[in-house]
Design a protein around this ligand. Structure first.
Ligand SMILES: Nc1ncnc2c1ncn2[C@@H]1O[C@H](COP(=O)(O)OP(=O)(O)O)[C@@H](O)[C@H]1O
Ligand SMILES: [Mg+2]
Length: 302
């Protein structure tokens, strides 16, 4: 049976697609799911979060993925990026995809199906596939939505991000003509500053106004916690891994009286962000596997 293929997509950069892809994929892998993460962004930021960015032995800048799409070449993911987590690497080679698509169409291929066809032979080996979409690149976004079974749209609460929702809704409608089973799982609020519910209510109303009832706002929000987000990415770690490291290196309680509590404070905000990602991963897995049996080999879940 095909696993759920979850795409994080928006029409805008900086709304959390890569952070969500890496952290949800990494946590699901920790929970025992076999996960494949696919980086469709020419910027290749997924490799920063997972620590293989710029490592020549592992980071091919998206070359293998582009060649698989262009020549039907078989695709080998980067294996064991974490236990249970493999990655199809993205990067600058993907910049050529849109230009090549025209020639694929001339050859009689449906260009936006090329990604789905490249991934097809692989996906059966996983419980969950997660796609990190590029911000503006329309062809790759449409390709992702043709390959996906579910879409989650992350948004910040500012006007520009909310305007981006309409654009991604358009892409979704187009993709649905080619991939009629595609489901819009919902909108996730990312980098939310307000602790109160007023802002969330206001944003939810705006989302309803632009998307109608088709996309519910997910229960879990990712709070605005820039320091641990930046700290984790700088070190090539997922947020829960970064938190673990901070806790391990924090001063012991008897040393703490004199030490400045900077490092411990850092562990506190990392813990909050890690808690948000864990809750979101649990919410997404519950929805994705609600009408499926939990994969038999997944230990300790569901
Ligand atoms: N919880 C957070 N709070 C505030 N800023 C964050 C948070 N998580 C990530 N960021 C920052 O937001 C920026 C965009 O995140 P990213 O996941 O790369 O978005 P996208 O893939 O949509 O472009 C990054 O610079 C990152 O440091
Ligand atoms: Mg990104």
């Amino acid at each position: 049976m095909r696993p759920p293929i979850l795409a994080f997509a928006t029409g805008k950069g900086g709304t959390g697609k890569t952070s969500l892809t890496s952290n949800v994929a990494g946590l699901a892998a920790e929970y025992g799911y076999r996960v494949l993460a696919v980086d469709l962004d020419p910027q290749g930021n997924l490799g920063r979060d997972l620590g293989y960015y710029g490592d020549e032995a592992r980071d091919d800048g998206g070359q293998a993925l582009l060649e698989a799409m262009a020549f039907n070449r078989s695709l080998t993911p980067l294996t064991n990026v974490r236990p249970n987590l493999d990655v199809v690497v993205g990067g600058p080679h993907l910049d050529s995809a849109a230009a090549l698509a025209t020639s694929w169409e001339r050859q009689g291929r449906v260009a936006r199906r090329a990604l789905a066809e490249a991934l097809n032979p692989l996906v059966g080996g996983y419980h969950l596939v997660v796609l990190d979409c590029p911000p503006g690149e329309r062809f790759l976004q449409e390709s992702a939505m043709c390959a996906a079974s579910h879409v989650v749209i992350p948004t910040r609460s500012d006007e520009a991000s909310l305007d981006g929702l309409t654009r991604v809704a358009d892409t979704f409608s187009i993709a649905r003509e080619h991939n009629p089973d595609l489901q819009l799982l919902g909108v996730v609020l990312f980098g939310i500053t307000a602790t109160g519910t007023a802002l969330v209510r206001e944003v939810t109303a705006k989302i309803r106004a632009s998307l109608g009832d088709v996309a519910p706002v997910l229960d879990t929000r990712i709070r605005y916690l820039e320091a641990p987000a930046v700290g984790a990415r700088d070190r090539g770690l997922l947020v829960h891994e970064y938190e673990r490291d901070l806790v391990r290196s924090a001063p012991r309680f008897w040393e703490r009286r004199n030490a400045d509590s900077q490092r411990l404070g850092g562990a506190g905000t990392a813990n909050k962000l890690a808690t948000d990602y864990a809750a979101l991963t649990t919410e997404l897995l519950a929805t994705l596997f609600a009408d499926r049996a939990t994969p038999a080999t997944v230990g300790g879940v569901g």
